[in-house]
Design a protein around this ligand. Structure first.
Ligand SMILES: NC(=O)c1ccc[n+]([C@@H]2O[C@H](COP(=O)([O-])OP(=O)(O)OC[C@H]3O[C@@H](n4cnc5c(N)ncnc54)[C@H](OP(=O)(O)O)[C@@H]3O)[C@@H](O)[C@H]2O)c1
Ligand SMILES: [Zn+2]
Length: 371
């Protein structure tokens, strides 16, 4: 058995994360995973999990190697190898069959029933298993924050994204669109939109901003399932010009969540049919608005394991008040919107973040973490 030198381990572990990230947004409901086969201190084959149902990272790496690993070879994997049969046979079997005698693992399986099981099977078969440093383990685990919550809480993850001025406003003039953050922060939003399988906004935002809610990046445009919260179907009113998400190339991805009041609005229902937009009747609260607590079950039924909610102010306040937000993305701009008509956001100061990650994005900052 030839152990990889300590100085190279960090490099190979980081390589597994880079590979894992290639599956960004494509692996749901599975995690992103990367694997590197190392012989004599050099990477000889790599693999990552591309999409659910497809080969796992380890199997991809073996396939790319195209031969049996040389004696003394090792494998680095960002996540503990699976030990149960899903769409594909367990990866621990593939590793044992390959003859590899040392496995470096980034982080454990988040499922408490499986955590450590794959490693125990490997050890029993005479394979040495070494875990990454705690620091790397945390990074590797955080990459799959959606998957981890799905597994441990058995429900979809709900994230809220807000962009605030330095004095806590979401818009320079309430009900009007305004540029809160600049290019780098906007690009960052595109990156997160690409990760989430579904996105949502309130009717107020659809009317004010006319957003498309797509992820537009140099590598192409991606459209998540787009949900609009519109209790009365006012976004389909005859005086409202057709909104972008009702008439662009991705209309089949748009669904309007409404209430019995909306379904009784026959003119609007007809408009939705004309546009080819599906309407979904949700429960109605006493104040006439949509019962937001039904959203997780609704997502589950559509096999959507995470939702990126982009506000606006009212929807954000309701979601926070009902304790439905698992993860918060908070963009902070240095701009000050001091006008009387500026739109205040929710008081995010009373929602401290766990395991926050902060970054500077041009003139703006982002802080994101768990609620
Ligand atoms: N800076 C940012 O991060 C950001 C993000 C998005 C938007 N904005 C800005 O925010 C403004 C729009 O915000 P907004 O507060 O007016 O509208 P909003 O939050 O986008 O939508 C609110 C509407 O959603 C509908 N809704 C249905 N069920 C609801 C529930 N349970 N709780 C809350 N709302 C529910 C309600 O209308 P019905 O009763 O008609 O259904 C409600 O009036 C615009 O100026 C926009 O530019 C800023
Ligand atoms: Zn596997």
């Amino acid at each position: 058995m030839i152990k990889v030198q300590d100085s190279s381990k960090k490099f190979f572990f980081e390589k597994t994360l880079g590979l894992a990230r290639k599956g960004w947004g494509d692996t749901h409901p599975n995690p992103m995973v990367g694997a590197v086969i190392v012989e004599e201190g050099k990477s000889v084959a790599e693999g990552y999990h591309r999409k659910s149902g497809g080969p796992h990272a380890e199997v991809e790496a073996f396939k790319n190697l195209g031969r049996k690993p040389a004696p003394g070879a090792s494998i680095f994997i960002s996540l503990e190898p699976c030990s149960t049969t899903g769409h594909t046979p367990p990866c621990v079997d593939a590793i044992i069959e390959s003859g590899i005698k040392i496995v470096y693992v980034g982080t454990l399986d988040p499922n408490p029933v499986h955590a450590g099981r794959g490693l125990a099977i490997l050890r029993k078969a005479g394979v040495t298993v070494e875990m990454a440093s705690d620091d790397f383990g945390k990074q590797a685990s955080r990459l799959n924050f959606i998957f981890n919550l799905n597994i441990t809480k058995k429900r979809p993850l709900l994230a809220l994204k807000l962009a605030e001025s330095s004095n806590g406003k979401l818009s320079e003039v309430a009900g009007k669109t305004s540029r809160v953050t600049e290019a780098e922060a906007r690009l960052d939003v595109m990156h997160w939109r690409r990760l989430f399988p579904a996105i949502c906004v309130g009717s107020g935002t659809v009317l004010a901003d006319n957003p498309s809610l797509t992820s537009r990046q140099t590598q192409g445009t991606f459209c998540p399932v787009r949900l609009v919260l519109d209790s009365t179907l006012r976004t389909l009113h005859e005086t409202v010009s057709p909104r972008n998400l009702y008439r662009d190339a991705f209309t089949s991805k748009t669904r309007i969540l409404t209430t019995v009041t909306g379904m009784d609005n026959l003119k609007a229902v007809k408009k939705a049919q004309e546009y080819g937009i599906s309407l979904v009747e949700m429960g109605q609260q006493e104040n006439g608005q949509i019962q937001l607590s039904e959203i997780p079950d609704f997502l589950k039924k559509l096999n959507l394991n995470a939702l990126y909610c982009e506000g606006g102010s009212r929807v954000a306040k309701s979601l926070l008040k009902e304790g439905l937000v698992d993860y918060l993305f908070r963009y902070e701009s240095p701009k000050i919107f001091s006008g009387l008509n500026a739109l205040p956001g929710p008081d995010l100061g009373s929602f401290p973040l766990r395991e926050p990650i902060e970054a500077q994005l041009g003139e703006d900052r982002i802080i994101h973490g768990f609620l």
